[in-house]
Design a protein around this ligand. Structure first.
Ligand SMILES: [Zn+2]
Length: 90
């Protein structure tokens, strides 16, 4: 049912799901690419969540072989949880 445009344009809520994937997995290449692509094309969304820089850092750290620092993980988890709650109510 999706048009090509819809397929290419990742939904912002799907981005948050990908963030969870990256947090839970060492390095999910597909999720990482989707996120990287989304950050490049939809900056306002991650800026809105206040996690753009954290996410970029997470992507490079995770896929560079490092664990995300616990503080970063906590912050991201908090932001995502808030986002999910806000989205739910909205
Ligand atoms: Zn977005």
């Amino acid at each position: 049912m999706s048009t090509p445009e819809e397929f290419e344009r990742l939904d912002c809520s799907a981005v948050i799901a990908d963030v969870w994937l990256l947090l839970d997995n060492e390095c999910d290449e597909q999720a990482r690419r989707r996120l990287q692509c989304h950050i490049d094309t939809c900056k306002p969304c991650l800026e809105h969540y206040g996690i753009e820089q954290q996410l970029k850092s997470l992507i490079s750290r995770k896929c560079g072989g490092d664990q995300a620092p616990s503080g970063l993980r906590e912050r991201l988890t908090l932001e995502i949880r808030k986002t999910v709650i806000v989205t739910d109510v909205d």
